[in-house]
Design a protein around this ligand. Structure first.
Ligand SMILES: *[C@@H]1O[C@H](CO)[C@@H](O)[C@H](O)[C@H]1NC(C)=O
Ligand SMILES: *[C@@H]1O[C@H](CO)[C@@H](O)[C@H](O)[C@H]1NC(C)=O
Length: 394
C-alpha cells in the first residue's frame, strides 16, 4: 500500500514536472513538519523554513519606483537559525553567463528587479547563491538525474524570481493606502494587516535605524523540492520585525522610473494604475498567455520564446504613445505588428494599466506559440492563439 501510493505519487509528479530533474512523490512531507526522516532531495532539511526577502531601497534607490526588489531566497532552519556558504565548490562566479545561457528571460527580469544598491548585481547574485542557495538540500547536484553543472543555480534563480512574482508588495500596500511618501508615517499594524490579508500569514517587516521601512520577509514551508515542490506560506520564526509600532516612514524612491510590472499583472485586479496611462522611456514587451509570461516581442515585432528580448522606446503621441525598436518604428500593418525601417508612420498604442492596447483592445493573436528559434507574427485579428502584451520598464 505504501509502496503503491509512493509509485503513483512519483508517476504523477513526473508528469507534471517533465522539465525538472528532481521528481518527488506527491506524498513527500512538508518541511519543518516531518515526523520521520525523509530523503533530503525531496524534503528541505535542515533548511526547511524558506524566506523570500524583498528590499525597498531609497538611498540609493534600486529598481522601479513602484516595485519592491528581490533580496534573496534563504533556507533557514525551522527555528530561524541558519547555515551559510555550504559548498564553496559551487560558489559560482559566473551567474550572469549561467543564466544568459540557460534562462535569459529570468536574467532579464533580474536586471530590473534583483538589484544591488552599489550597482554590482553579479556580485550580489553570487553572494546570495553562495551564502544561501548552496545550503538548500534539494538543490544538491546528487539530487539530479543527469546533473549538468550549474543547473541547480538556474533552478535557484528561476524559483526565486517566480516566487517574487507572486508577492507584489507594492500593490498590496498601496491597495491599503500605504504608499511611498516623504511626509506620511504608518503604523506597524497597518502594514502588517495589509500584507497578512494578502499572504495569509504574518510577514517580517524591517526598518532601518531611521524608522524607514526597507525590508520584508515572506516565510514558507515547502512540500517536496525547492525546484518543483509546493511552497506553503507559514508564520515567521526567528527574529521579529525591527520596525517601531508607530511613525514608520515609507520613502519614495527618488528618480526611479514608474513601471507596471509583470509582478502586479496577475494579482492586481483592482489595480491602482490609472487606465490609459501612456508609456514612455525604454522597456521590454513581454507576452502573456493564459496568465503566464511566455517570451517577448523582439525587434522585428515578432514573438519569440527563447532569446533576448528587444528594448523598445515608447514616446508619447496623441492620447497614447508610439513604439520603436532597433529595427525602426512599429506599426500595425495588414493586421500584423511590424517594426522596420520601412515603417514611415508609427502606430499609436495605448496602455490600460496592465496591458498594451490597440484600437481599444488588449487582445493580440498568433497562429501558434513559437518554440525554439521560430518566431510568430503578432496579429490584431483573431487567430488560434490569444495573447496579451505587458510593459516591463528598463
Ligand atoms: C526530518 O527529516 C530529516 C531528514 O531526513 C531527519 O534528519 C529528521 O530527523 C526528521 N525529523 C523527524 C522529527 O523525524
Ligand atoms: C560557469 O562556471 C562553472 C564553473 O565554476 C562552469 O562549470 C560553467 O561551465 C560556467 N558556465 C558558463 C555558462 O560559463
Amino acid at each position: 500500500m505504501a509502496l503503491r501510493s509512493l509509485l503513483l505519487g512519483a508517476v504523477a509528479a513526473g508528469h507534471l514536472a517533465a522539465a525538472a530533474s528532481v521528481t518527488c512523490s506527491a506524498s513527500a512531507p512538508l518541511s519543518c513538519h516531518n515526523t520521520t526522516s525523509y530523503d533530503t532531495c525531496c524534503l528541505n532539511y535542515p533548511g526547511g523554513h524558506l524566506l523570500l526577502t524583498q528590499f525597498w531601497d531609497t538611498n540609493p534607490a534600486t529598481g522601479p519606483s513602484n516595485s519592491w526588489t528581490i533580496h534573496g531566497l534563504w533556507p533557514d532552519h525551522c527555528d530561524g537559525t541558519y547555515d551559510s556558504s555550504c559548498d564553496s565548490s559551487r560558489a559560482y562566479t559566473n551567474i550572469t553567463q549561467i543564466l544568459q545561457a540557460a534562462a535569459p528571460s529570468t536574467l532579464q527580469y533580474m536586471q530590473t528587479y534583483w538589484k544591488d544598491y552599489t550597482g554590482n548585481d553579479e556580485t550580489f547574485w553570487e553572494h546570495e547563491w553562495g551564502k544561501h542557495g548552496t545550503c538548500i538540500s534539494t538543490l544538491k547536484p546528487s539530487c539530479y538525474t543527469n546533473y549538468q553543472p550549474t543547473q541547480e543555480a538556474v533552478d535557484f534563480f528561476s524559483k526565486t524570481v517566480a516566487l517574487f512574482q507572486t508577492l507584489p508588495s507594492y500593490s498590496w500596500l498601496s491597495a491599503a493606502g500605504i504608499v511611498p511618501s516623504s511626509t506620511a508615517t504608518y503604523t506597524l499594524s497597518a502594514i502588517q494587516s495589509a500584507l497578512t490579508s494578502r499572504f495569509g500569514y504574518a510577514v517580517t517587516i524591517n526598518c532601518n535605524s531611521n524608522k524607514e521601512l526597507n525590508e520584508l520577509w515572506y516565510h514558507y514551508n515547502v512540500q517536496g523540492s525547492v525546484q518543483s515542490g509546493n511552497f506553503q506560506p507559514a508564520d515567521p520564526v526567528g527574529s521579529g520585525s525591527t520596525c517601531p509600532s508607530t511613525g514608520i516612514k515609507y520613502l519614495p524612491k527618488p528618480g526611479g522610473a514608474t513601471t507596471t510590472t509583470a509582478t502586479t499583472l496577475t494579482t492586481t485586479t483592482t489595480s491602482a494604475a490609472a487606465t490609459g496611462t501612456p508609456l514612455s522611456g525604454k522597456g521590454y514587451l513581454n507576452v502573456v498567455t493564459g496568465g503566464t509570461q511566455t517570451g517577448c516581442i523582439i525587434s522585428a515585432g515578432t514573438w519569440y520564446t527563447s532569446g533576448t528580448c528587444a528594448t523598445f522606446t515608447a514616446t508619447a503621441s496623441g492620447s497614447g504613445f508610439t513604439l520603436t525598436s532597433s529595427k525602426g518604428k512599429c506599426a500595425i500593418s495588414s493586421n500584423a505588428l511590424t517594426c522596420a525601417s520601412s515603417v514611415t508612420t508609427a502606430t499609436v498604442f495605448s496602455y490600460d494599466g496592465t496591458y498594451l492596447t490597440y484600437g481599444g483592445s488588449s487582445s493580440f493573436y498568433a497562429t501558434a506559440v513559437p518554440s525554439g528559434t521560430t518566431q510568430s507574427t503578432v496579429y490584431t485579428s483573431s487567430q488560434s492563439v490569444s495573447l496579451k502584451i505587458t510593459w516591463q520598464a528598463q
